[in-house]
Design a protein around this ligand. Structure first.
Ligand SMILES: Nc1ncnc2c1ncn2[C@@H]1O[C@H](COP(=O)(O)OP(=O)(O)O)[C@@H](O)[C@H]1O
Ligand SMILES: N[C@@H](CCC(=O)OP(=O)(O)O)C(=O)O
Length: 370
C-alpha cells in the first residue's frame, strides 16, 4: 500500500512579516513535494498562510489581531494561496484539491468520516489535497488558530507514515534560538514530558501563531496516534527527501509507546467537553494510575450542564485537567449524589450505569499543558 506523508507548512515559511505570499517559496515547496511523490509517497499538504497572504490586500499594514479582520484577510488570502499552489504544482503536472476544516468537523464523527472519504478519493485520483482551517467560519473558542494541531489530527485520520511540520527553525532547541544564542538543538524526542513543554516557546515571527509550543503539542497528538513526527526546516533542494530518509534538519519525535485506539483518540483529541467535574485525590489516582472507573464517591464538584453520553473533562484536586470521558449522569443527577457511596446513590436516583465515567470511555491527558 502507498504510504502517506502529511506535510504542514507554517505561515513563516511562506510569507514575510510584511504580508503577501513569497511565490518563490511556494514554487520551492511544490518541487520538494513533487519529488516525494516521485518516490512513491502519497502526499497531503496542510498549509497556513491565508491570513498572512491576504491582510495587505485588505489594506492592513500588519497582521490583524481582531477575529473578523483575520477572517476577512483569510477569505482573500486563501484564494491567493490556492492560486499560487495550483500554478506551482501545475509545473509538475500535479492537480490539487482544497479542503477547509474546522475543529467542530472533528467533533462530529460523521463529518470527519466524510472528510476522510473525500481525502481518500482525491488520493485515489492522484490529486494532492491541500488543507487549511476554514478560517472564515471558525469562531474564537473553536479555532485551531495555528495549523499544527490540525495537521496532527489529519495525520492520525489518514494513518500517515509520518507528519512533517516545516517551520523557519531547524527543530526544537533547548530554548528559543531567536532569543538565546547558546541554545542547542534536540535531535530526537521519544517522550513529551513537562520538560519538553517548558522549553518550547511562542512564535518568534510576526506572521506565525503557535510557536514551538503548538508544534510540541501537535507532536504529542500524532505520537499517541502512532504517527512519528519531524519538526524542522526544509530550505534547500532535496531537504524533503532527507527528512523522510531520517536525516532532515530538525527534531524527530518517535511514536508513543502508548498508541491509542481510534475511539480513545476521538475522546482525547476531537471530542468537545460539555462540562467538568473536580475529583478528590483518591479518584485521581484510581483513574490515572490504577485504570479504574470514576465513581460518584470521588466527585467533589460539578461544573456546567451536561447529559448522559456527553464528554466531560475531569480535574484533580489541584484543578489541573487529568483527562476526559463519556459521562453516564446528567449534571443535575451528579450534583445530587456527588461524594456518596454507590449504595446511597442507588437509593436516591435511577441511572443506567453506576460509574460516572467507565474506564473504557476514559482517556488520561494528565501530561497536557493548556
Ligand atoms: N525551544 C524552541 N526551539 C525552537 N524554536 C522555538 C523554541 N521556542 C520558541 N520558538 C520559536 O518558534 C518559532 C516557530 O513557530 P511559528 O513562528 O509559529 O512558525 P510557523 O509559522 O512555521 O508555524 C521559531 O521561529 C522560534 O522563534
Ligand atoms: N489558518 C491560518 C493559520 C494561521 C497561522 O499563522 O498558522 P501557523 O503559521 O501554522 O502558526 C492561515 O491560513 O492564515
Amino acid at each position: 500500500m502507498q504510504q502517506t506523508i502529511v506535510v504542514k507548512i507554517g505561515s513563516s515559511s511562506l510569507t514575510s512579516d510584511e504580508g503577501g505570499l513569497n511565490q518563490a517559496k511556494i514554487r520551492f515547496f511544490a518541487a520538494e513535494l513533487a519529488q516525494l511523490r516521485r518516490q512513491g509517497y502519497a502526499v497531503l499538504l496542510v498549509t497556513s498562510g491565508a491570513v498572512a497572504a491576504g491582510f495587505r490586500e485588505m489594506g492592513y499594514t500588519v497582521r490583524p489581531k481582531l477575529l473578523h479582520e483575520k477572517q476577512a484577510s483569510a477569505s482573500v488570502g486563501q484564494a491567493l494561496l490556492m492560486q499560487a499552489y495550483q500554478a506551482a504544482f501545475g509545473q509538475h503536472e500535479i492537480r490539487v484539491g482544497q479542503i477547509l476544516l474546522t475543529r467542530s468537523d472533528f467533533v462530529s464523527r460523521k463529518r470527519i468520516h466524510n472528510a476522510q472519504m473525500t481525502i481518500e478519493e482525491l488520493l485515489r485520483h492522484g490529486i494532492l489535497p491541500i488543507i487549511n482551517e476554514n478560517d472564515t467560519v471558525s469562531v474564537d473558542e473553536l479555532k485551531f488558530g495555528d495549523n499544527d494541531t490540525l495537521s496532527a489530527l489529519v495525520a492520525n485520520l489518514v494513518r500517515a507514515r509520518r507528519l512533517v511540520i516545516i517551520t523557519d527553525t531547524d527543530g526544537l532547541y533547548t530554548a528559543d534560538p531567536r532569543k538565546n544564542a547558546g541554545a542547542k538543538r534536540i535531535d530526537r524526542v521519544s517522550e513529551i514530558d513537562e520538560e519538553v513543554y517548558s522549553i518550547a516557546g511562542d512564535s518568534g515571527s510576526m506572521v506565525g501563531t503557535g510557536g514551538m509550543r503548538s508544534k510540541v503539542e501537535a507532536a504529542r497528538i500524532a505520537m499517541r496516534g502512532g504517527v512519528p513526527v519531524f519538526v524542522g526546516r526544509v530550505a534547500d533542494p532535496g531537504d524533503m527527501l532527507l527528512v523522510v530518509e531520517g536525516t532532515g534538519k530538525g527534531t524527530y519525535f518517535d511514536t508513543s509507546a502508548h498508541n491509542l485506539p481510534m475511539k480513545k483518540q476521538w475522546l482525547g483529541f476531537h471530542s468537545q467537553p460539555h462540562g467538568k467535574v473536580i475529583v478528590d485525590e483518591g479518584a485521581e489516582i484510581a483513574l490515572v494510575t490504577r485504570g479504574k472507573s470514576l465513581l460518584p464517591a470521588g466527585v467533589k464538584e460539578v461544573i456546567g450542564d451536561f447529559h448522559p453520553g456527553d464528554v466531560i473533562e475531569v480535574a484533580g484536586p489541584t484543578l489541573r485537567t487529568i483527562g476526559r470521558g463519556v459521562v453516564n449522569y446528567a449534571a443535575w443527577q451528579l450534583q445530587a449524589v456527588r461524594g456518596l457511596s454507590t449504595e446511597e446513590v442507588q437509593k436516591r436516583i435511577d441511572v443506567s450505569r453506576i460509574e460516572v465515567i467507565h474506564r473504557d470511555e476514559w482517556i488520561t491527558l494528565s501530561t497536557a499543558v493548556k
